[in-house]
Write a protein of this length. Sequence first.
Length: 425
Amino acid sequence: MKEETIVLHAGHRRDETTTSVAVPIYQTTSYQFNNTDHASKLFSLQELGNIYTRIMNPTCAVLEERMSKLDGGVAAMAVSSGQAASAFSIQNICHSGDNFISSTDLYGGTWNLFSNTLKEMGIECRFIDPTKPEQFENAIDSKTRCIYAETLPNPKLNVFPINEVSKIGKKHNVPLIMDNTAAPYICKPISHGANIVVYSTTKYIGGHGLSIGGLIVDGGNFDWESAGDRFPMLNSPDPSYHGAVWSQAAKPLGPIAYILRARVILLRDYGSSMSPFNAFTFIQGLETLPLRMQRHCENAEKVSKYLSSHKKIQKVIYPSIMSGIHKDRCDKYMTGGSGALLGFELKDGEDAGRKFIDNLKLLYHVANIGDARSLAIHPASTTHSQLSDDEKISSGVTPGYVRLSIGIEHIDDIIEDLEQALNKI
């Protein structure tokens, strides 16, 4: 099926009991086993099936299958938030004493997770500037477990060199994990060499701003077994699951060792599960994702051109109007549009940024992206305020930087609101 069809049909045709076409909300904690033999096979992973909603749920399973097929993966796992997805994607293969490499171009919450919270757990993050992909190779050693990056990093918006870095990782048996939150449908990281993809489904996949959730997609294209000692968590007996060796245990089920361990260990033990109701709301959003992303990108392109000629704006940050290598990467990886995120720097700095935000009437001032509505925020005083001044600059946040998430309203109304707010600075 083509992508526009996948988001409507994959994983569910009708409910077998009621013949419902809409995906039911299976609001349940538990599932009746057929008999003791059936229960035993489920718990020993001889069969896959529903055990407890903390680990899996039929409503969540439809969302997982649709997103997996949309991205070209082999399996997916829904979790309670995008932050949980980011954390699990690392913790599934890293433990105390290990390290991983991350692009410096990150969302502020992810930067804090990597530089502080995981550090407290003994997991080291090595930050690398993605403008020079070869530097990723220099940071790899025997304890490096993965490379992590954002496709369309918020707020820098410099498209990440997915293929270039994935080749470096492949050379050293190090997988590439891509956060594709800001570019679902318009970019397919797995097709460019990424091995794992994570999402905050809270954003564009939902599009409605109703629910918090996250997702991890396993590309099934990394040979964990042949990487051997680099991944002891997948290639050594796991004492928390009867001594299972995940690269072996997954073989009868397909190339899903990574996502299988994440589900039956991390999701089981941490309990960061997506609620069935939230999964239902994300399924509703996913059905219109291709249409919405097209409108998001069209509107953002027009806004970027309007702002580029405004006298109070020093610089506009948007992938399609960049030059050099950043424009080349946008053209290469963002095949469905340049995204809906847009940033600009006001000439008069932080005070101007605050005044602009306070004078908006149509655009919402919220700490989110990806709604069908247009949104705006001043990162230096909000989403990135926990970072040091140097860290803010490294992640692309200057004092006068304003980030917009352009919605699907009529473009004239969006521009009219931007204009009246700029005129009051």
